[in-house]
Design a protein around this ligand. Structure first.
Ligand code: PNS
Length: 166
């Protein structure tokens, strides 16, 4: 049986930490759908299409990403999982402080859809401190983003905050 998992998140924007988790997930599942939450209750810097395009660019020359698809979704994640026939959600856990939120979210999703399970993966330890929100903070102050996100993502972030200043 072929295995299919969703890798859901805001990806606002995608970071090296996300890419590390995604690569690990491709080693465990036949197909992964990077599932971008759009029009959710969270305000985002980038639109769904912008986030999707950035992720696509990250993956275009990566052999390991052959079986990765990218989709946007609105609404409950478990509804989207059912629509796709996915029984597994992949989430990255960087440190213990992430765990409480992740645990609550996984159990809420399980209550809503007992047939959908969440697996947690840890990123490379060098990447555990990276988060999209801290990356945005560094970008806001025009800092060097090269160790946090790919170049095209850094350019998009710097462009966004430069435009905001004007
Ligand atoms: O990258 P993030 O912001 O931590 O991802 C959170 C995300 C998008 C996976 C989560 O908020 C989500 O699944 N939102 C859709 C609504 C939903 O199904 N919530 C889960 C029930 S608690």
């Amino acid at each position: 049986m072929k295995t299919l998992a969703l890798y859901p998140g805001s990806f606002d924007p995608i970071t090296y930490g996300h890419l590390d988790i995604l690569k690990r997930a491709t080693e465990l599942f036949d197909t992964i759908i990077v599932t971008i939450a759009v029009n959710n209750r969270k305000e985002t810097v980038f639109s769904g299409d912008e986030r999707e395009k950035m992720i696509k660019t990250c993956l275009e020359d990566e052999e390991w990403a052959e079986n990765v698809q990218i989709e946007q979704f609105t609404g409950l994640l478990v509804d989207f999982a059912r629509e796709k026939g996915a029984q597994t959600l992949v989430r990255g856990v960087r440190q213990i402080s992430d765990f409480e939120y992740e645990f609550r979210m996984a159990l809420t999703n399980r209550r809503l859809a007992p047939d959908v399970d969440t697996v947690f993966l840890m990123p490379n330890e060098q990447l555990t401190f990276i988060s999209a929100s801290l990356v945005k903070e560094v970008a806001y102050w025009d800092g060097d983003l090269s160790s946090f996100v790919p170049e095209h993502v850094a350019e998009a972030l710097h462009g966004y905050y430069k435009d905001k200043e004007q």
